[in-house]
Design a protein around this ligand. Structure first.
Ligand code: PHE
Length: 453
């Protein structure tokens, strides 16, 4: 079999393009759909505090380690470990990442399909005049209706595959750069509407006034899982993207900028959602439907709500796309570089398989809801296990690899671009990836899963 020509790999064109693409991966449904729903189920403010701590103490160091590994190796998530640790089993991290990509994109494309339906509903102005109850009802009817959401899911997967086929610079980077900033401005407008609704203060208290009696091991595990999911870490997305980063870029600064953007957007999304949740008497524990039943209420109360809703759902679809392409890219980079498949073939086959598992997920929210394991349907299992098990486990091995397998000079050279730039807090970073992150992840894991009761 012919070998892939590594001298001819794709790369990001500009520094800002890298940040935009990686931030595009990080910012997505995880921030706007998953963060509010998981925070709502886990008590709000106390969850938020653990979430932010997880981002700073664990998430950022894992992200930086992924960038360093990817850029050092110039390979996909599987090939990177093969190259840096030949004949050792570290490549299994890459295998886990590829498995994770299939799991995550399956349910991610379900939810992304819902956003397409909501975009189309906004255009036809179908939220107008409906009460909070009617809006809840119509979401539930739609998402459990089987083939209707499946059609949107398939459309979403075709869009994702279409961008990935065009490659890194012309596909991924081009879209991310323009669209991310607009999303930020729009969320800000919704924040303003939400906090000025009558009765909104209860929602702000829910998000910002911590009640630590609500903390338990499961809440902490889910906050850690959400941090991993939201930052796109633990499954090789950022190893893959790191391998496309220019050798002159400062990856430490990039990791900090991306994490900050991602966290701010999640918090903004929370400030946009929770005041409205309380103002409209919606249950904060409503689960995955929370955002979909809350947002249309806000638009109904906004001047020019019609236009805002179209723009918002359009941008949400795009935010979902810049994330889903990064997940698919993990698999495609693996297939093209390791098996030397053509990019088009790799994309079509990977996307087709994911679409099929994705359809099972979508159907499990409706007609196939009775197929359950531990009381959870297929969608819920994939959502829960990928964020709370697979990603933290991947992150655990990634920091161990960067902290203990690679030697300190290798890491230092990668972070300082061979001594040409300064890497702030290098000592703290090494200490975290060697000791703090692995120990904390392991403890949260064992307590959260009830191993230590
Ligand atoms: N971080 C993305 C989001 O918040 C989802 C994602 C998870 C992307 C894992 C890549 C890997 O929507």
């Amino acid at each position: 079999m012919a070998k892939f020509d590594f001298s001819n790999r794709d790369s990001f064109g500009t520094k800002i393009g890298v940040i935009a693409a990686a931030a595009g991966s990080a910012v997505g449904l995880g921030n706007i759909w998953r963060f509010p729903y998981v925070a709502g189920e886990n008590g709000g403010a106390a969850f938020l505090i653990i979430y932010v701590l997880s981002i700073i103490a664990i998430g950022m160091p894992v992200m930086l380690s992924e960038f360093a590994i990817g850029r050092m190796a110039q390979r996909n998530a599987f090939g990177a470990f093969r190259k840096l640790a030949p004949r050792r089993p570290w490549y299994l991290i890459g295998v886990m990442g590829i498995l994770g990509a299939f799991m995550i994109l399956s349910f991610y494309s379900t939810v992304a399909g819902w956003t397409l339906e909501y975009l189309s509903d906004s255009i036809t102005n179908s939220f107008a005049g409906k009460s909070a109850q009617e809006l809840t009802q119509s979401f539930q009817t739609f998402q459990s209706s089987g083939w209707h959401p499946v059609i949107w899911q398939v459309i979403f997967m075709i869009l994702t595959a279409g961008i990935v086929v065009s490659g890194v610079e012309k596909g991924i980077e081009k879209y991310a750069k323009v669209l991310m900033p607009i999303l930020l401005v729009l969320i800000f407008a919704m924040v303003i509407r939400s906090v000025t609704l009558p009765g909104s203060s209860e929602g702000l208290a829910f998000l910002f006034a911590p009640d630590f009696s609500k903390l338990n091991a499961s809440v902490i595990l889910q906050a850690l899982g959400q941090a991993f999911f939201s930052l796109s870490i633990g499954m090789g997305v950022l190893i893959t993207y790191g391998s496309y980063i220019n050798k002159k870029d400062n990856i430490g600064n990039s990791a900090a900028a991306i994490s900050l953007t991602d966290t701010l957007i999640a918090i903004f999304a929370g400030i946009a959602i929770f005041p409205a949740v309380f103002a409209f008497n919606i249950d904060p524990k409503a689960g995955p439907e929370l955002v979909f039943i809350t947002l249309p209420n806000i638009f109904n109360q906004m001047p020019a709500g019609y236009f805002f809703s179209i723009l918002f759902f359009l941008l949400l679809v795009i935010a979902a796309l810049t994330s889903s392409i990064s997940v698919l890219e993990v698999v495609v980079a693996f297939l093209t570089e390791q098996l030397n498949w053509h990019r088009r073939k790799a994309t079509v086959i990977a996307a087709t398989v994911i679409t099929i598992t994705g359809i099972i997920c979508t159907m499990s929210q409706g007609p196939w809801d009775n197929i359950r394991l531990f009381g959870l349907n297929v969608f819920e299992i994939l959502d829960w296990t990928s964020a709370n098990l697979l990603l933290p486990l991947g992150g655990f091995f990634i920091v161990i690899f960067a902290g203990w397998f690679l030697n300190k000079n290798q890491i230092k050279e990668e972070l300082t671009n061979n001594g040409t730039t300064r890497a702030m807090l290098l000592g703290a970073y090494v200490f975290i990836i060697r000791f703090v992150a692995p120990i904390v992840i392991a403890l949260i894991f064992l307590f959260g899963l009830g191993v230590f009761g």
